[in-house]
Design a protein around this ligand. Structure first.
Ligand SMILES: [Zn+2]
Length: 457
């Protein structure tokens, strides 16, 4: 059974997250940046990458080509090929100088399409998604794969060259640890065509032999993960493409709510692929990290969310509260729900808290004098005087995020040092203690599923 030391790769979602990245990057194994974010703010992103560059911190540039493919509208559930989700309302002046609002491609995606070229530019010009049948000739596909790889290898350095201040550090410009083949969402109504197309893009990219590891991204759907025949197909076909690594992303897959059979399928897929290549979870949590015992090489996720991610996010939702990540349960929970279980869990002093919940520097700082100060992780306010609802204060959200990231580092270190038995024991213990608390019970049912998946009996 392959057992690898799991790596944690943090995904930078926006420049608002700069603080977390600058402070903690050296404790993580890698950073991944979406090419759309890079194109939105190239100089700022390049200098951020330079600032966090540590000897062993890996860097990845996600080419985000799936954004130019078909997607399922999260509201209507219909398949859309109009690329609308990468557009936004923009103020422009008409030829008489009058201001008006038009819906057009976001600048970042337009720039990305220009940087990679065809077929992305064609998709933007026509306002139509790339489909498996868009590119017919092998030459077109090869060109696309070559430019996508070259983009990742050279884009950061080219920004260093352009920028007066960064220019002098050109030789230190980070290079990605691996380049990703272009990829598209395996939209479930057209599964076999999309799969074939993605596998072909992986194979052609691997054949380029750029002297750099080539990885594929399997961006599929939860229904594919649940389907034994599709899992078998993926397991057989991905290794044939010759890629050195694969990043798994199943839209709609939630580690904590998925049924046990789905989790077993996921584990078997990881284990099978890991015999042939590096396997990573594109948006994973504790369970994916624990599957390092079955060969999972690494897990990536955002600074506060993103342990699971749908291919197309629902737009217009209000900013959710950042809940407190309860380390023994490996789950984000509401602060009052956690507080209500303190008594039964024998947590009466800050010391008890640090012993039984978390002793990271943030928690030591917040829960210092009194256990009551734990509530500041859930501190609420009116963001504007006229706001109808209370929302979490930015500093409470920040505390929750820092604590989460520090917990993740601890989890990684725990998993590296533990056997399967140790992990199972920790999960079972958490289930019979925390999982038995009335306010937490319904959010802790994953613990028993996870332990049996990891136990593999
Ligand atoms: Zn903590």
């Amino acid at each position: 059974m392959p057992d690898s030391a799991p790596e944690v790769v943090v995904r930078i979602g926006s420049h608002a997250e700069k603080d977390y990245i600058l402070k903690l990057a050296r404790y993580f194994d890698g950073l991944i940046v979406g090419a759309n974010l890079f194109e939105a703010t190239p100089a700022a992103t390049a200098s951020l990458l330079y600032a966090v560059k540590a000897k062993d911190t890996k860097v990845y540039l996600d080419p985000m080509t799936y954004a130019f493919g078909a997607y399922v509208d999260p509201k209507t559930k219909f398949v859309r090929t109009d690329l609308d989700w990468i557009k936004s309302e923009q103020a422009v002046k008409d030829n008489k100088g009058k201001k008006k609002t038009v819906r057009d491609f976001k600048r970042s995606y337009r720039q990305l399409s220009e940087a990679i070229g065809s077929p992305l530019t064609g998709a933007v010009d026509e306002g139509r998604a790339i489909l498996p049948e868009t590119m017919v000739s092998k030459r077109e596909k090869s060109e696309f794969c070559r430019r996508t790889s070259e983009y990742q290898l050279n884009r950061i350095g080219s920004e260093f060259e352009k920028d007066e201040q960064l220019k002098q550090f050109l030789q230190f410009a980070p290079k990605p640890a691996a380049t990703f083949a272009p990829y598209f969402y395996v939209e479930p109504t057209y599964t076999s065509e999309w799969l074939k197309f993605n596998l072909e893009l992986m194979r052609i990219s691997a054949e380029l032999k750029l002297g750099h590891p080539t990885h594929g991204i399997l961006c599929a759907d939860i229904s594919h993960l649940k389907d034994a025949a599709i899992r078998k197909h993926i397991l057989a076909e991905i290794p044939k493409t010759g890629v050195d690594g694969i990043w798994l992303w199943f839209s709609g897959f939630f580690e904590n709510t998925a049924e046990e059979s789905t989790l077993v399928g996921y584990r078997d897929l990881v284990q099978g692929l890991a015999l042939k290549m590096e396997v990573h979870a594109m948006h994973g949590g504790f369970l994916s990290l624990a599957l390092s015992k079955y060969g999972m090489r690494g897990v990536s996720h955002g600074v506060g969310y993103g342990e699971q991610k749908d291919v197309v996010p629902v737009i217009g939702q209000s900013t959710p509260t950042v809940r407190y990540y309860l380390p023994p349960v490996a789950q984000r929970l509401g602060v009052p729900d956690i507080e209500r279980s303190f008594d039964a869990m024998g947590i009466n002093t800050p010391n008890d808290f640090h012993e039984k919940i978390c002793d990271c520097p943030v928690c030591k700082g917040v829960v210092a004098e009194s256990l009551r100060s734990f509530s500041s992780f859930g501190e609420m306010h009116r963001s504007r005087p006229e706001a109808k609802r209370l929302s979490q204060t930015p500093s409470a959200a920040k505390r929750c995020r820092f604590h989460f990231l520090l917990s993740r580092i601890k989890e990684r270190d725990f998993l590296r040092a533990s056997s399967i038995d140790d992990i199972v024991k920790a999960l079972e213990e958490a289930s019979s203690t925390w999982g038995d608390q009335p306010t937490l019970k319904s959010s802790a049912t994953h613990l028993t599923r996870w332990s049996s998946v990891i136990k593999a009996e």
